[in-house]
Design a protein around this ligand. Structure first.
Ligand code: KIV
Ligand code: ZN
Length: 389
């Protein structure tokens, strides 16, 4: 894949995803998800917001010290103390990124920040310069860009790129935009910001109107080269763009998008199940790609068509996104291999035989008491363990 045609996948399940009310995760759970994201081959993992709490800083540190094949990112407001927290938490990362942000919309500047536009430009530039003491990989987001004035947005973006931001992320923070408008915004920025060619333009769309994926894809068509998204579309309020939908759309419709990601799509379903199990947010059956019915054919006409030729009613192959054909029911008579393979499908990989043996012993104890063991039971018994699988 040439660099020109690569779409960078920035996963923020561990940061914006965790902002879903009720979706908070322990440090061990975050590390387990981070490993699954690494197997999925996401380019950037946003591991958390270190200044938010000592627990979040510790989780970002643990993820940074574990992950080797993806960039690990920490969020920071455009404040020195936040940037210091992020820089320290990311010290052990193979490839650290600091993501700093400051709002640029009139309503946020006036009512929330109580800052003038000039002050916002000065603080954004200072934050980017300051963050460079920790890493050269700096991302800047003008928060609420989707409701910001174009001329001012161009001014801020030009200034932060000149200060060293390598990625400029355009968030539709409140999910207010519609696809034509959002694609138009990205196109206008790429055309009007004089130094736009010195940074990667990214998008971060929220799903308040159910348009997060459509808006992200419109932006890709307009030239955005990074998409921020989450597993199962988890995220603040109605969520963020769903990673699995963005990835499978650009892969399936290369005739339209002319780019691809480095995602190993066979890891999508295991990763989705792991996140659903850990957060307790179930996946609706008709959810695209990862819902239980996404590849199920119920009507006779459809079943007949698929049996004659799969492509009559299928635009993707279930195996390509990680669905497995043989679903074995686990119970007290099940063996270690069936146990290991079911957990693998759920995104859990044991670091050693010892770990597997410990988990298998606990499974047998539960299986003695319960007739059938469900995925939730398996994930719960892994979560209770001290190991971070
Ligand atoms: O939605 C948003 O604006 C954010 C920023 C921090 C990028 O999450
Ligand atoms: Zn967000």
């Amino acid at each position: 894949m040439s660099e020109q045609s690569q779409l960078i996948i920035f996963d923020t399940t561990l940061r914006d995803g965790e902002q879903s009310p009720g979706a908070s995760m322990t440090r061990e759970e975050k590390v387990r998800i981070a490993r699954a994201l690494e197997r999925l081959r996401v380019d950037v993992i946003e591991a958390g917001f270190p200044a938010a709490s000592p627990g979040d800083a510790a989780a970002v540190k643990a993820v940074a010290e574990t992950v080797r094949d993806s960039t690990v990112c920490g969020l920071a407001r455009a404040l020195e103390k936040d940037i210091d927290c992020a820089g320290e938490a990311l010290a052990g990362a193979a490839a650290p990124r600091i993501h700093t942000f400051l709002a640029t919309s009139p309503i946020h500047m006036e009512k929330k920040l109580r800052m003038t536009p000039d002050q916002v430009v000065t603080q954004a530039v200072h934050a980017v310069r300051y963050a460079r003491r920790y890493t050269d990989d700096i991302e800047f987001s003008p928060e609420d860009a989707g409701r910001s004035e174009l001329d001012f947005l161009c001014r801020v973006i030009e200034a932060v790129i000149a200060a060293g931001a390598r990625t400029v992320n355009i968030p539709d923070t409140v999910g207010y935009n519609v696809p034509e408008q959002f694609g138009g915004l990205i196109g206008a920025l790429l055309e009007r910001v004089p130094n736009a060619d010195q940074a990667v333009f990214s998008v971060h769309c929220h799903n308040d109107l159910g348009l997060a994926v459509a808006n992200s894809l419109a932006a890709v068509r307009a030239g955005a080269r990074q998409v921020e998204c989450t597993i199962n579309g988890l995220g603040e309020r109605a969520g963020n763009a769903a990673l699995e939908e963005v990835v499978m759309t650009v892969r399936t419709r290369q005739d339209i998008f002319h780019c691809d990601t480095r995602i190993d799509t066979t890891q999508i379903v295991p990763c989705s199940r792991l996140v659903a199990g850990i957060t307790g947010f179930p996946i609706q059956p008709n959810k695209a790609i990862v819902g239980a019915n996404a590849f199920a054919h119920e009507s006779g006409i459809h079943q007949d068509g698929v049996l004659k030729h799969r492509e009559t009613y299928e635009i993707m192959r279930a195996e390509d996104v990680g669905w497995t054909k043989n679903r074995m029911v686990l119970g007290k008579l099940s063996g270690r291999n069936a146990f290991r393979s079911r957990l693998q499908e759920l995104g859990v990989v044991f670091a050693s035989e010892e770990e597997l043996n410990g988990a298998f012993a606990r499974f047998k104890e539960i299986a003695d008491k319960k007739h059938e063991i469900f995925d939730e039971d398996l994930l719960a018994l892994i979560s209770e363990a001290t190991v971070d699988a």
